[in-house]
Design a protein around this ligand. Structure first.
Ligand SMILES: C[S@@+](CC[C@H](N)C(=O)[O-])C[C@H]1O[C@@H](n2cnc3c(N)ncnc32)[C@H](O)[C@@H]1O
Length: 254
């Protein structure tokens, strides 16, 4: 008698862990961000545009790409640079078990996020924020940030003044910060609307291998292979002043 054929094993859906993020984003937090910064007309300036800029589809596409490249992020430590109000950070934390944190210069976004239990640190990324020095991440990323780098002055009360766009020397400082925050072996993934302002050679000098880049140079996947060249070393800054209490401990994410 021939043995019965093994029942076909049900294939596990590889996207299951992020399924709910890929449905038309019913994001309470994204909605709250729009209510606060866009629909309220409380902020008659560029912050409203910054908050309104990104459509749920753009975030979904980015989350999909993170998952496609890095896989299940649960149990991983991830950092978003220039997070704005932290919509991606919040979405990642909602997966459960992802220790996600963002850095953002603008206190209005930082305070709003913290009030919603989304852990953001205030800092400009021309230097390594003191709170993050020496903390290794499995993944660093940015969404619509690298092409929007600004000279931001953080005043003593934590409020900010946007002065101008960074020049290329200053942009390279941000690349150094990114390199310092991305340990060897970690991924670094970046999406922009305009062209990413760094040449392949500049990424390599910062210790990154280029794994994937699109033709428009608006999406790049990097893997840190080496410490940055000596000339790219940066010293950590002292923590930026915060008007509200201290940033939530990074270990509290999940
Ligand atoms: C276009 S927004 C994108 C926000 C967010 N990543 C998103 O996709 O919703 C760019 C953000 O970068 C921040 N930013 C610009 N220059 C910065 C700098 N030098 N240091 C820290 N944040 C900066 C701005 O305050 C702004 O919130």
């Amino acid at each position: 008698m021939t043995p019965p054929a093994a029942a076909p094993r049900e294939k596990e859906d590889p996207w299951k862990p992020i399924q709910h993020l890929l449905e038309p984003l019913p994001s309470y937090y994204h909605d709250a961000v729009l209510d606060e910064f866009v629909r309220s007309e409380r902020y008659p300036e560029s912050i409203a545009y910054t908050a309104a800029d990104n459509s749920p589809q753009a975030y979904q596409k980015f989350l999909w790409n993170l998952y496609r490249l890095v896989g299940d992020l649960r149990g991983k430590r991830v950092l978003e640079l220039g997070s704005g109000p932290g919509v991606v950070v919040e979405a990642l934390r909602r997966l459960g078990g992802v220790e996600a944190v963002g850095v953002e210069a603008d206190l209005r976004f930082v305070e709003f996020a913290r009030a919603h239990e989304v852990p953001l640190i205030q800092g400009t990324l021309e230097v390594v924020p003191g709170e993050l020095a020496g903390k290794p991440f499995d993944l660093t990323f940015s969404h619509w940030f690298l092409d929007a780098l600004a000279k931001v002055e953080i005043q003593s009360d934590g409020t900010v003044r946007y002065e101008r766009r960074l020049n290329h020397i200053e942009e390279l400082q941000v690349l150094k910060t990114l390199a310092a925050l991305t340990p060897p072996g970690a991924w670094s993934i970046h999406a922009t609307r305009g062209r990413i302002p760094f040449k392949d050679e500049e990424f390599r000098q910062a210790g990154f291998e280029i794994i994937e880049v699109n033709e428009e140079h608006t999406f790049i996947v990097l893997r840190k292979t080496a410490p940055p060249a000596d000339t790219l070393r940066v010293e950590p800054s002292t923590p930026a002043p915060a008007k509200t209490g201290p940033a939530r401990a990074l270990g509290g994410a999940g």
